[in-house]
Write a protein that binds this ligand. Structure first.
Ligand code: SF4
Length: 485
């Protein structure tokens, strides 16, 4: 909370972001984060403090093995959620908190960063082809990002970033900002992919693709599935084809089948043979079997080799989630005829399903904190950057652990599921507002040129603020002691 010079008509000017709103008495600024209460500029959302004692006897992940119920590393952590900002950081951060942790003097510098350089990476654990890599992803009809490189069992989106926020027109910037804010705060967002699907994406929830709620992530690629279950198929079936948009596996040709001595079957695959029993491009990508565009698995087979195949040969065709499966036997003309699946084969398909993890969306907020907000921490900003790199400073986002990218700057990522609810905000420049805290030893803070005269004891901060105290989410406690420099 700060007192700003009043204009004659009672308005106050907010200088917490470049918009510089004049706010009339009783009203809020353009972002609804600040308001004019009796001539005072106030941050409207409550300041959030994490209190471990509210978590009960639930141990933190990093101490799960040795936790004996004692509280170490302090019980309360002052987050930047609702703390306000000191943009453009010509003055020290809103809270510079001194505390003693296990006999070590520590400092936590707390501010709400305004990030024009930010976005989210979305990992969608599903087999479904959502659209070609590089395809624009849209919200409210505006391009806000693109489909990026798929990962193992997951489709990936890269959304936001400075070009979408600032360089694609006002409407696109607003749509980008709104989608990033909603995703970061754990809300569901409807997205469409050019030449792809429409989907509902939400952190911690399964994706809904073209109206269908996804249930399973794949057990592995087609080749890996053969490797995992070859032994269980041996003796119960002659051939297995695991249909996969990327690497379709064929049991009798695969290394796993060879090692187990499974005889050749004369099966012939379409697509491009990579190595024995591993085929690429058996079909186009889509929302059918194993992320392909097929609904009839036999379309990826050629005629069986009459020199090897025999009538009665038993073949299972299954997708990488086990959600699609069909059992065939060859007739006298060596044509596969679908039959009822024998019990051991049903069991093996169920085993594939059992080994699939649930379909899930994960949202990582990513931003660059290497700009002016560093000046709110230290008079010599580059020392903050190097100290973060040298692991002398723990960076957290609303108390949640972050991953810092190697190389220049302070580019961090955080799983929004670990950040307290509604920790993110926005300003209409457009940019996102995210909490960020820097925790370090007090002597290190002095060495990097910290604003030592603005240090306030934790007890004073707790006494002054009418903060909301909440239990932290699962994750490492941010106030663990740090190594000596
Ligand atoms: S948009 Fe919000 S933070 Fe920016 S000046 Fe207006 S009230 Fe302040």
């Amino acid at each position: 909370m700060s007192v700003e010079p009043k204009i004659d008509d009672g308005r106050v000017r907010c200088d917490a972001c470049p918009v510089m709103c004049y706010i009339k008495p009783g009203l809020t600024g353009a972002c609804d984060r600040y308001g004019n209460e009796g001539g005072q500029l106030v941050r409207l959302d409550p300041h959030v403090i994490l209190d471990r004692s509210l978590q009960g006897a639930v141990p933190f992940l990093d101490r799960a093995d040795d936790w004996d119920g004692d509280i170490v590393g302090g019980t309360r952590f002052v987050t930047a959620i609702g703390a306000g900002t000191t943009y453009p950081d010509y003055k020290p951060a809103p809270f510079i908190v001194a505390s003693e942790i296990d006999g070590v003097d520590m400092v936590t510098v707390v501010t709400e960063g305004i990030f024009s350089y930010c976005g989210v990476k979305v990992k969608i654990d599903t087999d479904r082809h959502i659209g070609p890599e590089g395809s624009p992803v849209r919200a409210e009809g505006e391009a806000i990002g693109h489909v990026t490189t798929g990962e193992y069992g997951s489709q990936m989106l890269s959304l936001g970033g400075v070009h979408h926020l600032t360089g694609s027109g006002k409407k696109a910037g607003r749509a980008t900002c709104a989608a990033l804010l909603a995703l970061s705060n754990g809300e569901a967002v409807e997205l469409t992919v050019d030449a792809g699907v429409s989907m509902l994406v939400q952190s911690g929830q399964p994706p809904v693709i073209n109206g269908a709620r996804e249930e399973r992530m794949r057990v592995g690629c087609g080749s890996a599935t053969i490797g995992m279950f070859a032994k269980q198929w041996q003796g119960n079936i002659d051939e297995v084809v695991v249909v996969d948009d990327h690497i379709t596996g064929v049991l009798s040709e695969h290394q796993a089948g060879k090692v187990l001595g499974i005889p050749e079957t004369g099966v012939r695959m379409k697509g491009r043979r990579s190595t024995p029993g591993r085929y690429f491009e058996v079909a186009g990508p889509g929302t059918g079997w194993g992320g392909t565009d097929i609904s009839d698995p036999l379309t990826i087979l050629g005629p069986f080799d009459p020199k090897v195949a025999r009538p009665g040969l038993r073949m299972l065709m299954v997708s990488t989630t086990g959600e699609q499966a069909a059992y065939f036997e060859l007739d006298e003309a060596l044509r596969p005829i679908e039959r009822d699946m024998p019990a051991p084969v049903v069991f093996s398909v169920d085993r594939i399903k059992e080994n699939c993890e649930p379909a899930l969306c994960t949202v990582l907020f990513m931003a660059g904190a290497g700009g002016s907000l560093r000046a709110g921490v230290t008079e010599n900003p580059v020392r903050l950057t190097t100290s973060v790199k040298n692991a002398l400073i723990r960076v957290t986002c609303g108390g949640a652990p972050v991953f810092i990218w190697p190389g220049g700057g302070i580019t961090f990522m955080v799983d929004v599921a670990l950040v307290p609810k509604n920790a993110f905000g926005y300003v209409p420049t457009p940019a996102l507002v995210a909490p960020i805290e820097f925790t370090m030893r007090r002597d290190d803070y002095a060495r990097l040129g910290g604003h030592m005269s603005h240090l306030r004891p934790l007890a004073d901060v707790l006494a002054e603020t009418s903060a909301r105290q909440i239990a932290p989410r699962v994750g490492p406690w941010p106030l663990k002691p740090l190594p000596r420099s």
